[in-house]
Structures are given as structure tokens and as C-alpha cells.
Design a protein around this ligand. Structure first.
Ligand code: 5AD
Ligand code: SF4
Length: 439
């Protein structure tokens, strides 16, 4: 048996894809290893979202060249979004690379590896209209045994002006409801306690079979009812598509976690329009209102991007004021990075100077750090149900888990095991964690 090693960069979709890849290769002639030095095949599942994500992979490829110098039989493959974006160019510019396979062509990997073994380099970057890998049972090779991602759709066609995803992941398509439910059943028998339904835009999940249409709200409800002992999360939502229906299901079912990730990107209607996001500042704030009204205990997180084409200082001030107004519990924050081929790269000028981008990003980070701390201070004295994930990295006498709001909670315990649901009273916090005691 030949051994493969896989490294994953980028979002949750890539994590889920690597689990599909592991399944495809394991069902062929390969076994997985977590030791790179043992591998006959080294695979890197890549991200193209920002230039720095790609630079990291180029750095890894240098290391793989050193490995290959010592063991020339080793095969190196680039998979995922960067493979799709750069195609043959990767073979030309990175001599170490033997194969390039895009997100919709993983079923072809065993054949492609054989081609490489016979002495040729190989590329498959075909994008499909209907591939969802729905019959493949992912292998969770890097798992805490408690929580897992379940992919419900692939691709994206929102065409935000800055975003490379539609070009590297192709058209949006939804996985069959039946195979989603079956995958969760399998996880349940393996004692998993939490699943996250993932897709680039879960709100536009739509599975049509005969005359029956399943929307995301329907799917969420079905899953909540079928698996009362499993916590359910989902990500990512799009502000233009998030319906009250989904919020009502969140509110109604206890096992649906009270946390929503709703990327805003900018607080300025002008910038949002330039970004082609399909909503205004007011619309977004009205969605936040709906969350607060329907699911009062819901935590809200977001993605924010500063320095997009044409962003003025007053646009930036609007972003800061929106962040403050919403009072996010958590945020991912980025500087705009131009991606070749996108609408913005073709039609707009990347005209915010780097030093202004840095300054704006720092302002956003500083404000959000303050809000993240406030959000945790508010939890002191509250009692949360916490799903235990493992022993704390800092001390073997402490364990950690998450509450429904997706906040990490640390508490002294030597008696619990991962997968336990415990009640913890919060006594203090750091900027990133809640600290409490078992009750
Ligand atoms: N530059 C910087 N950040 C980006 N994102 C998407 N495209 C870009 C880009 N070109 C951010 C958005 C998105 C998150 C996943 O990554 O905030 O929500
Ligand atoms: Fe990166 Fe986007 Fe691809 Fe995820 S879908 S790996 S974030 S480029």
C-alpha cells in the first residue's frame, strides 16, 4: 500500500474536501499518513482567496522540493482553489509539482496519480455543474471525535466583485437532502455530537426532487428534528438571502446553535454597491434586528474587508460605526487583495494605498478586540451548556469546549470526556476565552 499525506489550507469547505479526497484515495490503493516523511504522495489542498494564502503554499512547495531531492519517487500534487486558478501554470512555475487537480475532479485522483507514476505530469481542472460528491462518505482523519463538517452545497454564483470563489469553485449546486441526512446518521452512530452544515452560501440551498423543493430552512428543520441529540451549526450565510424562516427554526429548536456568521464586508452602502454585494447598510442592519428579535440569545460574527477599490475615509468610518452598532461577538478581518480575473481586477482600480489599508485594518481590529472583550464580559455570571471537546492546551487539569454561541469555555475538570455536555458557570474571561466552573 502506498501512503499519502494531505495538508489543508483555506476555509471549512477545503477541510471537508480533504476528507472526501481521503475517502477516494483510501478506497483506491492508498492509506493515509500524518507523517510527511513517510509519504509516497504529498498533497496540498489550497486556497486562493487572498494573495498571502497562495504565498504560503508556494513556501510549502519549496519544502516539498527538498523532500523530493532526497526521495525522488515522491509525488507532489496541488489540489483545490489554487490548482483551479493557476492550472498548467503551476507545473511550469513550480518544478516540484507533478499533478494539479481542481475542486470538482477529485474522483479522478487515483487515475491521475497512476499517470504520474508512469512518468507524465497531469492536470484535471474540469469544473462540473453537478458534482457534489454526495455518495462519498468522508474520512474524518483529523478529528476530535465530537464535531464534524457536513457539506450541503458547492460553488457560488454571487459574483461579488472582489471574489475568486465563483471562478475556482464553479456554479452553485446543492447536495441531495437524503445523502446529507445519511451522512449525519453515520456520524451519530460514531458518537459525534455536533455538526456544521457548510456551503459558500447556505441560504441558497435548494434541492429539487420530483415536485418537492427543499430550501435551507426545510433542511435545517429536518436535521434538527431527526437528530435531537446533535448540536447543529451552519455557515456561511449571506445577508441578502438570510430569511426569517431560518431564524425562526433556530429559535424553535434547542439543538440548533445560537450563533450566526453573517459577513458584512463593509458598512458603507457605496462600497457594498461597488462590491456587488446585493444589499445596503440599512438592509444589513435590518437583518441584524431580525436576528436580535427572533433569536435574542444569538451570537453574531462577521467578515470585514477594508481598502476595497474606491473606499474613502468616510466609507471606512461607516464600517467602524456599523461594527460598533452591531457589537459583533467575533470577526475575521482582512485587507482587500486584488485577484486576477475578478470583476474588480478587470474593471476597477485597486486605489487604496497599502499604508491606508494597513491603518484601516488596524482600526477595525482594535475596535473588534474591544467588542469581543465586551461580549465575553457580558457572559460573566451566566451558566452555559458546554460541549466538551478536549483537554486544554495550557493545563491538563482543565478541559475546554464551546457553548451554543460558539465561544470557547475553559473549566477545571479531570473527570469529563470529549462529547460530554456539561453546565459551566462563567467566572471570568480573557479576550478569547470564557473561564468558569462546573456546576
Ligand atoms: N481580498 C481580501 N479578502 C477577501 N475575501 C474574499 N475575497 C477577498 C479578497 N479578494 C474575504 C471576505 C470573505 C472571506 C472569506 O474572505 O471577507 O467573506
Ligand atoms: Fe479559499 Fe475560498 Fe477556496 Fe475556501 S473556497 S479554499 S476560502 S478560495
Amino acid at each position: 500500500m502506498r501512503k499519502f499525506y494531505i495538508e489543508t489550507y483555506g476555509c471549512q469547505m477545503n477541510v471537508a474536501d480533504s476528507e472526501v479526497i481521503a475517502s477516494i484515495l483510501t478506497n483506491s490503493d492508498y492509506i493515509i499518513t500524518n507523517k510527511i516523511e513517510e509519504a509516497d504522495v504529498i498533497l496540498v489542498n489550497t486556497c486562493s482567496i487572498r494573495d498571502n494564502a497562495e504565498q504560503r503554499v508556494h513556501g510549502r512547495l519549496k519544502l516539498f522540493s527538498n523532500i523530493k531531492k532526497k526521495s525522488p519517487h515522491v509525488i507532489v500534487g496541488v489540489l483545490g482553489c489554487m490548482a483551479e486558478r493557476l492550472k498548467e501554470e503551476l507545473l511550469e512555475n513550480e518544478k516540484v509539482v507533478d499533478l494539479v487537480v481542481g475542486p470538482d475532479s477529485y474522483r479522478d485522483l487515483p487515475t491521475i496519480i497512476k499517470t504520474v507514476e508512469s512518468g507524465q505530469k497531469a492536470v484535471n481542472v474540469y469544473l462540473s455543474q453537478d458534482e457534489t460528491y454526495d455518495d462519498i462518505s468522508p474520512i474524518r482523519y483529523d478529528t476530535n471525535g465530537v464535531s464534524a463538517f457536513v457539506s450541503i452545497m458547492r460553488g457560488c454564483q454571487n459574483m461579488c466583485a472582489y471574489c475568486i470563489v465563483p471562478y475556482v469553485r464553479g456554479a452553485e449546486r446543492s447536495r441531495s437532502t437524503e445523502t446529507i441526512i445519511n451522512e449525519i446518521k453515520e456520524l451519530e452512530t460514531k458518537n459525534y455530537k455536533e455538526i456544521t452544515l457548510i456551503g459558500q452560501n447556505v441560504d441558497s440551498y435548494l434541492y429539487v426532487k420530483e415536485n418537492n423543493k427543499v430550501t435551507f430552512a426545510n433542511l435545517l428543520k429536518q436535521v434538527a428534528i431527526a437528530f435531537p441529540g446533535i448540536r447543529i451549526r451552519f455557515s456561511t450565510n449571506h445577508p441578502k438571502d438570510l430569511t426569517d424562516n431560518v431564524l425562526q427554526i433556530m429559535a424553535k429548536y434547542n439543538n440548533v446553535c445560537k450563533n450566526i456568521h453573517l459577513p458584512v464586508q463593509s458598512g458603507s452602502t457605496n462600497t457594498l454597491q461597488n462590491m456587488k454585494r446585493g444589499y445596503t447598510r440599512e438592509w444589513y442592519l435590518q437583518r441584524i434586528e431580525a436576528i436580535r428579535n427572533i433569536v435574542p440569545e444569538c451570537a453574531i460574527s462577521t467578515d470585514i474587508m477594508v481598502g476595497f477599490c474606491g473606499e474613502t475615509d468616510s466609507d471606512h468610518q461607516e464600517t467602524l460605526s456599523l461594527i460598533e452598532k452591531v457589537g459583533y461577538d467575533f470577526a475575521f478581518m482582512f485587507k482587500y487583495s486584488e485577484r486576477k480575473g475578478t470583476f474588480a481586477a478587470r474593471k476597477m482600480k485597486d486605489d487604496v494605498p497599502e499604508e491606508i489599508k494597513v491603518k484601516r485594518l488596524n482600526e477595525v481590529i482594535e475596535l473588534q478586540n474591544k467588542l469581543s472583550t465586551i461580549s465575553k464580559l457580558k457572559d460573566i455570571g451566566k451558566i452555559f451548556e458546554v460541549l466538551v471537546e478536549g483537554v486544554s492546551k495550557k493545563s491538563k487539569n482543565e478541559m475546554f469546549g464551546r457553548n451554543s454561541q460558539n465561544k470557547v469555555v475553559v473549566f477545571p475538570s479531570t473527570v469529563n470526556i470529549p462529547g460530554d455536555l456539561v453546565k459551566v458557570e462563567i467566572t471570568k474571561c480573557t479576550s478569547a476565552t470564557l473561564i468558569g466552573k462546573l456546576i
